[in-house]
Design a protein around this ligand. Structure first.
Ligand code: ADP
Ligand code: MG
Length: 257
């Protein structure tokens, strides 16, 4: 009974998750992780430690070699391809490259998931929802008929975020959303992620970031991976107080710049 109550409050539960792409090298070495519903979690760690592979398991894009991935109470391994596609509508995803369709306008990019997955909606309803999401991320109507190549990098990110929000996702996943951006744009996007999280009213947000100061500033739960293991999971305070040598190194490095 206790377990059941507890599991209802978890957005994501990873149980002894292991992944190897070739026989003897494990990229994920037995990850146990619980992400509560409504939290904003940052996953940090040196490059090549398995952060993106971990996210792809959460999205059902990779299958575990062993262990379990439970999302909103559902073990993804119990879903067939159709069910998984449907289930993925409950996520919004923003990758480092905003991954917009080059030949579609800003508005068409945001309409796209609605046209794919909400077939019951009329064209007018789709456009109304898309415009609402674009307003939410601070994009003005004068840009809606432009192509991605005609707007700035920051606006492309906003468009990508509006598209990720189109289906009112319960879980929002960001993989290095600000990598390669200048500091001003980085801060703007980080703030936008935080605002979007608060506006979502219960949305669970998960952000992979190499940017420690952003993670400490906006996340309420931080998970550090190292070489396929969870090194530390906790609050910013837990990280500052940690005696783990690698955590200390990472924290100090992150604070210098
Ligand atoms: N599809 C794949 N096939 C084989 N190896 C992979 C694949 N995806 C990732 N890897 C390996 O897994 C490790 C972790 O990668 P990744 O999760 O992308 O790291 P990061 O923490 O930088 O996001 C790397 O060594 C990478 O080469
Ligand atoms: Mg990565």
């Amino acid at each position: 009974m206790m377990d059941k109550i507890k599991n209802n409050t978890l957005a994501i539960q990873l149980i002894n998750l292991k992944k190897s792409f070739d026989a003897n090298k494990y990229v994920l070495k037995g990850i146990n992780l619980e992400i509560p519903k409504g939290s904003l979690t940052a996953i940090i760690g040196f490059s090549g430690t398995g952060k993106s592979v971990l996210l792809k398991h959460m999205l059902g894009l990779y299958q575990p070699t062993s262990g379990q991935v439970k999302i909103l109470g559902t073990d993804l391994s119990t879903l067939n391809d159709n069910e998984l596609t449907k289930f993925r509508c409950r996520y919004g995803v923003l990758f480092q490259s905003s991954a917009l369709f080059d030949d579609m306008t800003v508005l068409e990019n945001v309409c796209f998931p609605l046209e794919e997955h909400r077939r019951e909606l009329s064209k007018e309803e789709v456009v109304a929802i898309a415009e609402k999401k674009l307003m939410m991320v601070g994009l003005d109507p004068e840009h809606y008929s432009k192509l991605p190549s005609q707007i700035s990098g920051g606006m492309q990110k906003r468009t990508g975020l509006a598209r990720a929000l189109a289906l009112d996702p319960e879980i929002l996943i960001y993989d290095e959303p600000t990598t390669g951006l200048d500091p001003i744009l980085t801060e703007m996007i980080d703030n936008l992620i935080l605002e979007t999280h608060k506006l979502g009213g219960g949305t669970t947000s998960i952000m992979v970031s190499h940017d420690l100061s952003a993670a400490f500033r906006i996340a309420d739960h931080i998970v550090m991976l190292d070489a396929g293991n969870v090194l530390l999971s906790g609050t910013a305070d837990d990280f500052f107080k940690s005696d783990i040598e690698l955590v200390k190194r990472f924290v100090n490095k992150g604070i210098k710049h």
